[in-house]
Write a protein that binds this ligand. Structure first.
Ligand code: NAP
Length: 244
């Protein structure tokens, strides 16, 4: 049986990815940082409904030591990690001139350095197996930039660059590395926006619907499946046409 590690699986897109992968038959390593109860509830739902093995591990993905410990525990239990979804992330909306170096470092370390941390820990087992799939959750703002989200946009542009370069480096070992790049997805991350803001944003989405976490998870499920076996180094946008 194969195993998938999903970072930031306690809420939102990570939860939807963990469910989608468990439906595909993967054992799940469910990473969380603060939302322990949500992670434990999700683990119970997955075990009861999909008959796979689940392990919950707390780790701040920006902390290399914590990540190395998490991956060691996962490998001890499951021997190998076949799929890695680097999903954990935070956002912040403020003027660039109001962004302190601490704000900057928090966004970059949680959204970008984390992808280095977790992938660096997981990749040796994929290289040994000569197979594996990494999917990084980027953002449309990493593709085109968002006003008042400069640090966030830079972190996600970094994730896209990392994805393309690593895809080239590990392709000879039959490991695929791709990005899913979501548009506006209705999760806790959007909770600071008012109903009026959301209405205005929706008017900018050609398909005239707001995205769901499942929309993103469906794209992740496709990329790790055999249907995508000739696809690597790509950015799959899931945004209702907002950025084309
Ligand atoms: P969310 O609902 O706010 O959930 C964020 C998840 O990340 C939570 O499970 C949280 O875990 C985890 N997390 C945050 N910091 C962490 C850390 N230091 N270590 C480990 N886990 C951490 O956000 P979401 O909307 O699902 O976003 C998921 C990903 O999609 C992010 O990378 C985000 O940038 C990206 N994205 C989202 C949207 C959108 O519109 N929602 C659009 C584009 C891209 P705890 O609660 O356990 O701390």
């Amino acid at each position: 049986m194969k195993t998938a590690l999903v970072t930031g699986a306690s809420r939102g897109i990570g939860t939807a990815c963990a469910i989608a992968l468990s439906k595909m038959g993967y054992n799940i390593v469910l990473n969380y940082n603060k939302s322990e109860e949500k992670a434990e509830n999700l683990a119970n739902i997955i075990t009861e409904n999909y008959g796979v093995d689940v392990m919950c591990v707390k780790a701040d993905v920006s902390d290399k030591t914590a990540v190395d410990e998490m991956v060691s525990k996962a490998l001890e239990k499951f021997n190998c990690i076949d799929v890695l979804v680097n999903n954990a992330g935070v956002s912040s909306v403020k003027l660039f001139t109001d962004t302190t170096v601490d704000d900057w470092n928090e966004i970059i370390s949680t959204n970008l350095t984390s992808v280095y941390n977790v992938t660096h820990a997981v990749l040796p087992s994929m290289l040994r197996n000569h197979s594996g799939n990494v999917v990084n959750i980027a953002s449309m703002w990493g593709e085109v930039g968002a006003s008042m989200e400069v640090a966030y946009s830079a972190s996600k542009a970094g994730v896209i660059g990392l994805t393309k370069a690593l895809a080239k480096e590990v392709a000879p070992s039959s490991i695929r590395v791709n990005c899913v790049s979501p548009g506006v997805i209705m999760t806790d991350m959007m909770s600071s926006f008012s109903d009026e803001d959301i209405k205005l944003i929706r008017e900018d989405i050609p398909l005239d619907v707001l995205g769901t976490a499942k929309n993103v998870a469906d794209a992740v499920a496709f990329l790790v499946s055999d249907k995508a076996q000739f696809i690597t180094g790509q950015v799959l946008s899931v945004n209702g046409g907002m950025v084309i």
